[in-house]
Structures are given as structure tokens and as C-alpha cells.
Design a protein. Structure first.
Ligand SMILES: [Fe+2]
Length: 257
């Protein structure tokens, strides 16, 4: 029997893959203001972007429900980023040197996913492996079958959308699109269907849309809402240049890839 979200009936703000992008985080919080009761973060708070310390401080004002991502592990020295590409490794080393001792300690203290909250689960990569990328049926179906709740939220791929599995074994992908800032898609959570929901990346989207992404779970309505928010990407890029971060990482922000 799968647990369904029902007891608290709250609206949860779901943030993932902020990646030290303060401008993107602030814009998401601004757009979501007044629309949620509690917030959670699926990891990768830092890495790539220019504001690791400020982003951690801002996130901790919003929530303490945070799990670790692979970049949080690498930037705090839990892992050595040996599987990262050279650009990601360069940004990781810069982040490690820039983080305060307190923030390094905070990152090291983050729990791994999956974490079971009030009727739903959160994971960074996959509920079956915190570092696994869920990109299609081969990885999504085993993860969907592993769920102990109807719905799990995951990040890591930086692709807003998700996957669903009906009780008869029907598999479908969820894709988002919408040119206007705000809610780009709302998905009603139906009985007998399991959901893997990726809110998208706040600070480094890779789905071809450069705008910051997040989601809101509405317990009362049994609905997930996907959002996009335009932010001052040029300001983030300027800070990255000043910090000496690799140029390809700076350019990709405006491309959403
Ligand atoms: Fe990430």
C-alpha cells in the first residue's frame, strides 16, 4: 500500500540544483512567495556558480529540509570529483576554496537521499541511488517500482519534467513547455499512478530553457505545478567572469544547456 500525502495538506516548494546561482534562487523565491508553506531542496546547492556562501545562507533561511547532491559532496571534500569533467572539476576546486569553514561543515552534514517526508520522497539522483541519472525508462521504471510513496521528487539531470507508471504498468514521460513566466504545467496526481517528478534546476537548467525552474506540490489539490522564472542571468555571468570560472560554464547559462 502506497502512502499518499494527506495528513498535513500543505503546499511544498521543491527546489533542486541551485548550483551557487543567487540571482536564480532569489527570482524563484520571489515568484513562489505566498504560494507555499514549506520548502525542500533536492541537493546540488553549490558547484558551477559564483555565490556558494550566499546561496547556502539564503537557502537555510527558507528550509532545513535539504539532502546532498554529488556537487555538494565534491565541493565539501566528501568525494574528490574524479568522475567530473575538467570544467566541473575546476569549478568544484574554486568552490571548495571559496566556501567558509561553517558552510563546508554544513555541506558535509547533509543527509543522502532518499528521504521520506510527509507522504512523499525526495532524492537527488534516484531513490535507488543518489548519484544515478534518471533520463528514460531504463532508469525511471526501476526507480518508480522502488517508491514507498506515490510520488518522489528528484533532480540531478537539470531537466524539468518527470515520469509516471500506472498500476497496469503503463509508462509515460512528463514534459513541460511554456513561454510565459509562472506555472508552465500542472499535473494532477491520480490514484493508482506513481510519479517521479523533476522540478528542474534553479541555477543551471539544461533543457533548452535558460530560465530558473522549480515546482510546487499541492497536497490539498493532489497536484504538482511546474514553474519557470526569468532572472538576471547577465549578472550571474558577470560574477562568474570576475571569479575566473571557466567560460563554457558561463555561456551555457544563457543557453540552458
Ligand atoms: Fe546538479
Amino acid at each position: 500500500m502506497l502512502a499518499v500525502p494527506s495528513s498535513a495538506q500543505l503546499r511544498y516548494l521543491i527546489l533542486s540544483d541551485i548550483h551557487s546561482n543567487l540571482e536564480a534562487l532569489e527570482k524563484c523565491l520571489e515568484l513562489a512567495e505566498g504560494q507555499y508553506d514549506e520548502a525542500v531542496c533536492l541537493g546540488d546547492i553549490v558547484g558551477y556558480g559564483p555565490d556558494p556562501n550566499a546561496v547556502i545562507d539564503r537557502l537555510r533561511q527558507v528550509t532545513r529540509t535539504v539532502i546532498r547532491g554529488n556537487h555538494d559532496k565534491a565541493c565539501s571534500g566528501i568525494t574528490e570529483a574524479e568522475d567530473f569533467n575538467p570544467l566541473a572539476r575546476q569549478a568544484t576546486l574554486w568552490t571548495r576554496q571559496t566556501l567558509t569553514a561553517e558552510h563546508l561543515s554544513f555541506l558535509r552534514s547533509l543527509p543522502p537521499g532518499p528521504l521520506t517526508l510527509d507522504g512523499f520522497q525526495i532524492a537527488h539522483g534516484s531513490p535507488v541511488d543518489e548519484d544515478q541519472y534518471i533520463v528514460g525508462p531504463e532508469t525511471a521504471i526501476p526507480a518508480l517500482k522502488s517508491l514507498t510513496s506515490q510520488t518522489a521528487f528528484f533532480g540531478h539531470t537539470h531537466l524539468q519534467g518527470g515520469f509516471m507508471l500506472t498500476f497496469k504498468g503503463g509508462f509515460r514521460s512528463i514534459r513541460c513547455s511554456g513561454a510565459e513566466d509562472g506555472c508552465v504545467l500542472a499535473v494532477t496526481l491520480e490514484d493508482g499512478v506513481r510519479y517521479l517528478i523533476n522540478p528542474g534546476s534553479v541555477g543551471q537548467p539544461r533543457d533548452g530553457d535558460w530560465r530558473a525552474a522549480f515546482a510546487i506540490l499541492d497536497d490539498t489539490q493532489r497536484r504538482v505545478e511546474y514553474y519557470r522564472a526569468s532572472y538576471e542571468v547577465a549578472q550571474t555571468q558577470r560574477k562568474m567572469y570576475e571569479a575566473g570560472l571557466p567560460e563554457p560554464l558561463i555561456i551555457r547559462l544563457q543557453l540552458g544547456r
